[in-house]
Write a protein that binds this ligand. Structure first.
Ligand SMILES: C[S@@+](CC[C@H](N)C(=O)[O-])C[C@H]1O[C@@H](n2cnc3c(N)ncnc32)[C@H](O)[C@@H]1O
Length: 348
């Protein structure tokens, strides 16, 4: 049975050996080995440009000796026959074959050459692997499993641990992750955009937005939440390698709109419009919406709180009205159970 988050690859895609792997040089120490069981470490450098193929190694020469019926150093027969008769079964007490992902998405062998050669030779279609290193320039573009499932899981649990130490973490509200997951499905409209996220709270949405956006400015007015969002941004940067694509400000939308010249071309306002007063809604209409070619507004169809702006903005009708009047084609996607919806507005 497949374990959750296990990554499978075709053994034939592995053609090169990572020089940071145990088989070539001394293994470099794995940072956060336990926490990052699958994704491993983001490692800079040119290690992924090695020309050393797996077929140049003494292990492969030894395997060929075995295949031609000659005496080999390693006793290949047991492993080979085992995989041949029983199929490739991952022993839960053993490490999976370990690989690294280069900047172009190439999969390089780190360790587990005996199993890899046997699996390749026997025409096994896929084997489970642990990704122990990734190059920071690799944007997880090719391995859909990593991009869609593993990174968000790791990020969420890694950040959540740190959030837990911070005061009153908002993300512990039972349904926050659920509704963020729902909204995340609709973010491809942000492809290549410069996004403004108003009220980012602890920054739970940042990773999902940055799967699509070119850059992000995230605003959070409450300091305690802003501090949590800083943790999130730091975690994301440590996984990505440093970059300047995300900027986080401890400010209200009003202050931001009055004191800056916004350059965004997309808006994300998730469960936040109903917090904004009439003055802020006016600023939003005048200063932000005219710049935007797309808006993403996850919110709830019915709000229990009292309204502080005249539009009763969290109700579907009034949210629709606001963005249609601002010149957007509006589509609404409803969550089956929870009464959430995500409004996507694109320029007419
Ligand atoms: C209900 S939470 C939603 C958080 C997050 N966007 C989400 O979808 O889970 C609203 C957040 O927006 C922040 N907020 C409310 N009004 C704001 C404003 N005018 N400017 C910036 N942040 C604001 C609050 O402090 C809070 O963290």
């Amino acid at each position: 049975m497949r374990k959750k988050n296990e990554i499978f690859i075709d053994p034939k895609v592995v053609k090169r050996v990572s020089p940071i792997g145990g088989c070539i040089t001394t293994r470099v120490r794995r940072i956060n080995e336990k926490k990052f069981k699958l994704i491993g470490e983001i490692l800079t450098g040119s290690w992924d440009t090695t020309k050393q193929t797996i077929y140049d190694s003494r292990f492969h020469r030894d395997f060929l000796l075995f295949k031609s019926g000659k005496k080999s150093v390693y006793n290949w027969e047991g492993l080979y026959e085992n995989i041949k008769t029983k199929g490739y079964i991952q022993n839960p007490n053993m490490r999976s074959v370990e690989v690294a992902i280069g900047r172009d998405g190439d999969i390089l062998l780190v360790d587990g050459r005996h199993r890899l050669f046997c699996a390749q030779q026997l025409g096994i279609k896929e084997i489970p692997v642990d990704v122990v290193y990734s190059h920071p320039d690799y944007n997880f573009g090719n391995l859909k499993a990593i991009k869609d499932t593993i990174i968000p899981e790791i990020i969420h649990s890694k950040i959540a641990k740190k959030w837990d130490k911070a005061i009153k973490p908002y993300h512990t509200h039972g349904n926050v992750k659920q509704r963020l997951d729902f909204a995340s499905k609709h973010l491809s409209v942000l492809d290549g955009c410069r996004v403004l996220d108003i009220g980012c709270n602890a920054g739970m949405f940042i990773w999902s937005i940055m799967q699509h956006a070119k850059s992000l400015i995230a605003l959070e007015k409450q300091e305690k939440y802003y501090k949590q969002a800083q943790i999130t941004v730091d975690c994301i940067k440590s996984l990505w390698g440093n970059n300047e694509k995300v900027k986080l400000y401890n400010t209200s939308f009003k202050n931001y709109a009055l004191n800056n010249k916004p350059t965004c071309n997309a808006l994300v306002a998730s469960f936040v419009l109903y917090h904004m007063n009439n003055e802020e809604i006016k600023l939003l209409k005048e200063k932000i919406l005219p710049l935007c070619k797309v808006v993403v507004i996850p919110t709830r169809a019915k709000e229990r709180r009292s309204q502080i702006n005249s539009l009763a903005l969290n109700r579907e009708i009034s949210v629709r009205k606001l963005f249609t009047e601002a010149g957007f084609n509006v589509k609404v996607y409803k969550h089956k159970v929870r009464g959430y919806f995500v409004l996507i507005g694109t320029r007419k």
